[in-house]
Design a binder for this molecule. Structure first.
Ligand code: FAD
Length: 567
C-alpha cells in the first residue's frame, strides 16, 4: 500500500532529499542544511548514533567472549560478509539483505547503517591533481573530465578544514598539498626506507599518507565535539573521541544542529520519481525496511549518494515513460564504464638493523609513495600507474605451544624479531564500457527491488601494471638492503579493493556521459550524483576526499541555482 502510512503528502515534502548517509551523503546533508534547506536523508540501514552505538569501542581483548573470533554458528547468515570479528561484527551485513548476481567474480563491500562506509574506511585522503583530471583526454582512454583541479581546489580545502587532515605539505605537483595538521610519526623502518628511496630513485618520494584524523584539533573540530586522535588504532569499531572523520561524528550532527535535518533509517530507496508532465524529478520512492510498505517522499532536488554501485542500481530502477531505461539514460551508458582500484600487488621484507629500537608506535595512518609511472607523459607499456602504501613495525612473537608458567612467561616477555616492512599497490583501473552493472530482469531482493548484476573483469592493462609494481617493489626493497623480500599478485577479484566507481560518469557531452560539470544529470537537472558513481576515471588516490569535495561543490551550486529559480 502506498503513501498512506505517514501523515499527509505535505509532511512528506522537503526542500531536498539525500539518498545515503555515508561519506558523501553526510556532506550533502551538511551543506544543504547549513544553507537553510529542509533536508531528508534516506538511509537503508539502521541508525548509528555517535559514541552510543559503538558497542566495542575501547574494549580490551579479554572483554570479548571469543577473544575476537566469530563462531561458526554466528557466521551462518554471513557467508559473504566482511568485518567478521567480534570487534566489528556490528557492521557486518547479512547475506539476505541484498543478494546480487556476480556475472564475473566480484567482491562488493558495503556498509549499511547510518554513516555508511565512513565508519569503516581507512581514512586516507589524497587530493587529485591535473595529472589525474587531464589523464583521460591526454591518454585517450575515457571522456574528458568536465572540470579541472582549479574548479575543485577550494572545495578540497573546505572539506579538509572541517574534517581535519593530518599530513605534511609536501609540495608535489602530482599530489597537491592539503590543509593539514601535523602528521603522525613514521616508524624508524619507514624513515630509513624514505631515505633510501631518495638516494636511489629520483622519481619517488615516501611521504606521510594524509589521513582524516585530528592530530591537533582546531576550534571547528571542538565545535563538532571531536577530540584529538588517541592513536588507539581501533578505528573500525567506531571512535568515541571522534578522532577520525565520519558522517556520524561530524557532518550529520552538524547538519542536525541547524534544525533542518531529518534522517530516516530503514528507508530502502527503490527509485527516484520522475514526473513526465513536469519534466523533473519530484521525489523518491522508499520501501520501509521493517514493514516493507512503499512510501513516497517529495523534494525540489535529489542528491543520490548511495555509494557507487547502489547509485547505479537506483537510477537504473528509476523508470518512467520519458526514461524507460533508467533516469537520465538517453545515452544508454548508465551502468557502464564501471572501474575500481587495483590493490592486487603486495610486498614485504625484513631488516636486520635498528635492533636497539624496541617499539614501533601506533600510527592510525601509514606512509605513501605517490604515483611515479606515466605521470608527465606516457612512458610504460600500460596506461596510468599506481601509488604505493607502506607500513612497518617490529615483529614480536611468543611460543604459545605450552601451558602453565612457561606460557605465562613467554606471553609476558615476547621475543622481538627483525623490523619488517609491507607494501601494497594502489593502481588505477581504466574504465571500459564492457565493465558494467545492470538490473536482473527477474531476480528481486526481499524488498522487491531488482537484483544488481555485476559484470566486471581485470584487463591486460591491470595485469601489466601489477607486473611492473612487483618488479619495482622488489627493486626498491633490495636497494634498501632489506632481506626476505617477497612480492606477489593476490589475483583477488575486482571490487576487493573497495573503491568502485563510475557508471554515471561526468562529462561534457550528453551523448557520452550522464552528468555535467556540476554533477547534475544532463537530462534531469534537479538530480545530482556526487558519490563514486560520478567518477569519469579513478586516479590512484584514495577517492573519498574527491567525492566529498564534489558533493560540497554541487550542493552549494544547487542552493545558488534554487535561489536564482533555475532549479
Ligand atoms: C575497509 C575500508 C577501507 C577504506 N579506506 C578508504 C581510504 O583510506 N580512503 C578512501 O578514500 N576511501 C576508503 N574506503 C572507501 C570509502 O569508505 C568510500 O569511498 C566512501 O565511504 C564512499 O562514500 P559514499 O557516500 O559514496 O558511500 P557510503 O559511505 O558507503 O554510504 C552510502 C550509504 O548509502 C546507503 N544506501 C545504499 N543503498 C541505499 C538505498 N537503496 N536506499 C537508501 N540508502 C542506501 C548505505 O547504507 C550507506 O549508508 C574504504 C572502505 C572500506 C570498507
Amino acid at each position: 500500500m502506498a503513501n498512506f502510512l505517514i501523515d499527509s503528502e505535505d509532511k512528506r515534502t522537503y526542500d531536498a532529499i539525500v539518498i545515503g548517509s555515508g561519506a558523501s551523503g553526510g556532506w550533502a546533508a551538511k551543506e544543504l542544511c547549513e544553507k537553510g534547506l529542509k533536508t531528508l536523508v534516506l538511509e537503508r540501514g539502521r541508525d548509528v548514533k555517535h559514541i552510543k552505538d559503538y558497542p566495542t569501542a575501547g574494549k580490551a581483548p579479554w572483554q570479548f567472549e571469543h577473544r575476537g573470533t566469530v563462531t561458526i554458528d554466528q557466521r551462518k547468515d554471513y557467508q559473504f560478509a566482511r568485518f567478521m570479528r567480534e570487534e566489528t561484527m556490528h557492521w557486518a551485513i547479512k547475506d539476505d539483505e541484498q543478494p546480487f548476481v556476480e556475472e564475473k567474480p566480484f567482491r562488493w563491500v558495503r556498509g549499511y547503517h547510518v554513516g555508511g562506509k565512513s565508519l569503516l574506511w581507512a581514512r586516507q585522503t589524497q587530493r587529485w591533481s591535473d595529472f589525474d583530471y587531464e589523464g583521460p583526454s591526454r591518454d585517450g582512454f575515457a571522456v574528458d573530465w568536465p572540470i579541472r583541479y582549479r574548479d575543485i581546489e577550494k572545495w578540497y580545502a573546505h572539506v579538509e578544514s572541517f574534517a581535519g587532515i593530518a599530513g605534511n605539505r609536501d609540495g608535489l605537483p602530482e599530489l597537491p598539498d592539503s590543509e593539514c595538521m601535523p602528521p603522525f610519526e613514521m616508524s624508524c623502518i619507514e624513515t630509513y626506507f624514505r631515505d633510501s628511496l631518495r638516494q636511489n630513485f629520483n622519481d619517488r618520494r615516501l611521504i606521510h599518507g594524509r589521513c582524516a584524523h585530528l592530530s591537533d584539533p582546531r576550534e571547528i573540530h571542538q565545535q563538532q565535539g571531536r577530540h584529538k586522535c588517541q592513536n588507539q588504532t581501533m578505528c573500525n569499531r567506531g571512535c568515541q573521541f571522534g578522532g577520525y572523520f565520519s558522517s556520524n561524528s561530524s557532518t550529520l550532527p552538524w547538519a542536525l544542529k541547524t534544525g533542518n535535518l531529518t534522517v530516516r533509517p530503514h528507508a530502502v530507496v527503490h527509485s527516484v520519481i520522475y514526473d513526465d508532465a513536469k519534466q523533473r524529478a519530484i521525489g523518491v520512492r522508499v520501501i520501509d525496511g521493517t514493514t516493507k510498505d512503499t512510501i513516497d517522499f517529495y523534494a525540489k532536488i535529489v542528491f543520490v549518494n548511495a555509494s557507487a554501485l547502489n547509485t547505479n542500481a537506483i537510477l537504473l530502477n528509476s523508470k518512467s515513460d520519458r526514461f524507460p531505461n533508467g533516469l537520465g539514460n538517453d545515452s544508454g551508458l548508465l551502468g557502464r564504464f564501471i572501474a575500481w582500484h587495483n590493490y592486487r600487488g603486495r610486498g614485504s621484507a625484513s631488516y636486520e638493523g635498528f635492533q636497539d629500537k624496541m617499539t614501533d608506535g601506533r600510527n592510525p595512518s601509514h606512509s605513501y609513495i605517490p604515483r611515479f609511472r606515466n605521470v608527465k607523459k606516457q612512458e610504460m607499456d600500460f596506461l596510468r600507474g599506481y601509488a604505493i602504501g607502506i607500513g612497518g613495525g617490529r615483529g614480536r612473537g611468543s611460543d604459545t605451544s605450552m601451558i602453565g608458567d612457561q606460557l605465562r612467561e613467554n606471553l609476558l616477555h615476547p621475543k622481538l624479531g627483525n623490523w619488517h616492512i609491507s607494501s601494497w599497490m594502489m593502481g588505477e583501473s581504466v574504465p571500459m564500457e564492457k565493465n558494467h552493472v545492470r538490473l536482473h530482469p527477474d531476480l528481486k531482493d526481499k524488498y522487491g527491488i531488482p537484483q544488481l548484476v555485476i559484470s566486471c573483469e581485470w584487463s591486460d592493462n591491470d595485469d601489466k601494471m601489477v607486473e611492473d609494481y612487483l618488479q619495482q617493489q622488489r627493486e626498491m626493497f633490495e636497494k634498501a638492503g632489506f632481506k626476505d623480500v617477497q612480492v606477489n599478485d593476490s589475483k583477488s577479484p575486482p571490487g576487493s579493493d573497495i573503491h568502485e566507481m563510475g557508471g554515471v560518469r561526468m562529462g561534457r557531452d550528453p551523448k557520452t556521459s550522464l552528468l555535467n560539470s556540476w554533477n547534475q544529470l544532463h537530462h534531469c537537472k534537479n538530480v545530482f550524483v556526487t558519490d563514486g558513481a560520478c567518477m569519469t576515471s579513478t586516479g590512484t588516490q584514495n577517492p573519498t576526499l574527491t567525492y566529498m569535495a564534489l558533493t560540497a561543490r554541487a550542493a552549494n551550486y544547487a542552493v545558488e541555482e534554487m535561489k536564482r529559480k533555475s532549479l
